[in-house]
Design a protein around this ligand. Structure first.
Ligand code: 8YV
Length: 333
């Protein structure tokens, strides 16, 4: 009997169609956002699932779907999945690392530059017809990127890729804070220096947050940290909503505690804190860090590769390329 899989969100039909050569596939071409109960209902009798960050995979769901063997999540981050609960039940989890590193680093840079150079604010100014009447030499002044101090919180693959852009492309002084400092040779490649978190907050002209979300990174940037930053500084979050305390950030932006912010991720997204929406010095984007054509296609391909192999089909049967909990593969069923 063919295995059955569920594809929870719409992506690239030509890539997802490869699943149909191996499995019975149910999908969601209208891209409806299902509640967890609707997801549980659709997962009944499914052996595998291609999921996204908007799907919550927890113990309750796993217990209600005992046939499920593989959850292949499209994205490098998997804070939507309870990994321990998967492992305990022998459910394999896969993610999509590496293929999105440079695209996401490019985007972090773009968002930081847009906030520092007030690009979206300037665009609104032009569209509102204001340049014609009030344009002047000292309007819309921003902060330089070149030569400034770039701070990076979280120095994994994406953080390192951002550091290289800053140090080698823009002549920035790069400092970072991470749970574990990098090996000296990796630091040298990145042109980056480890500092304590308080020094990172005080010294950064532009701070980019790239740390994965977990209980320990919840509100890693809160009111106390924001108060340590320079009033001329910018803050860019491309990690996850919840790493930054959005309410505290909105308050600090409003009172001029920092100059600007670039936010691609939000606490409770797709909802956005109303005070952030009211701030003109914030650039807001809808979680598109990895959204280039080539990269989103590569993520979809890797997720399909993982699902095919995880369910014992294709040339890599039993050896999915990017497992998060590979110990499940070693445990005999
Ligand atoms: C994804 C992301 O697009 O990879 C991640 O962790 O945040 C994005 O690249 C998103 O998770 C889609 O599910």
């Amino acid at each position: 009997m063919r295995a059955s899989v569920l594809v929870t969100r719409a992506s690239f039909p030509d890539i997802v169609d490869r699943l149909r050569t191996h499995f019975d596939v149910s999908d969601n071409p209208s891209d409806t956002l299902w509640t967890q109960d609707e997801l549980i209902e659709r997962l009944q009798g499914k052996d595998g699932a291609m999921t996204a960050g908007s799907d919550r995979i927890d113990a309750r769901l796993l217990d209600a779907c005992p046939q499920l063997k593989a959850v292949c999540n499209i994205g490098v981050g998997y804070n939507n999945v309870d990994v321990a609960a998967c492992t305990e039940r022998g459910v394999l989890l896969t993610n999509t690392p590496d293929v999105l590193t440079d695209t996401t680093a490019d985007f972090g840079f773009a968002l930081m530059m847009a906030a520092a150079r007030r690009i979206t604010e300037s665009e609104r100014y032009v569209r509102d017809g204001k340049w014609i009447t009030t344009g002047r030499f000292d309007m819309l002044l921003g902060a330089d990127i070149h030569g400034a101090t770039l701070g990076i919180l979280g120095m994994g693959r994406i953080g390192q890729s951002i550091a290289k852009r800053g140090a080698h492309g823009f002549g920035m002084k790069v400092i970072y804070h991470n749970r574990t400092p990098l090996a000296p040779e990796v630091e040298a490649q990145c042109g980056a220096r480890y500092v304590e978190k308080s020094a990172l907050m005080r010294e950064s002209d532009h701070l980019i947050v790239v740390v994965p979300y977990s209980a320990s990174s919840h509100h890693a940037i809160g009111a106390a940290e924001l108060r340590q930053m320079k009033s001329s500084a910018t803050l860019t979050n491309i990690a996850r909503g919840g790493v930054v305390d959005d309410a505290a950030l909105a308050a600090v932006l409003k009172e001029g505690g920092i100059a600007a912010a670039g936010l691609d991720v939000f606490e409770g997204e797709p909802r956005i804190h109303p005070e952030l929406l009211a701030c003109s010095n914030v650039v807001l984007t809808p979680h598109i860090g990895s959204a280039s054509v080539a990269t989103r296609r590569a993520m979809a391909r890797l997720t399909v590769d993982n699902l095919v192999a995880a369910l014992g089909a294709g040339p890599d049967a039993g050896r999915p390329p990017t497992p998060v909990n590979p110990e499940v593969l070693r445990t005999p069923a």
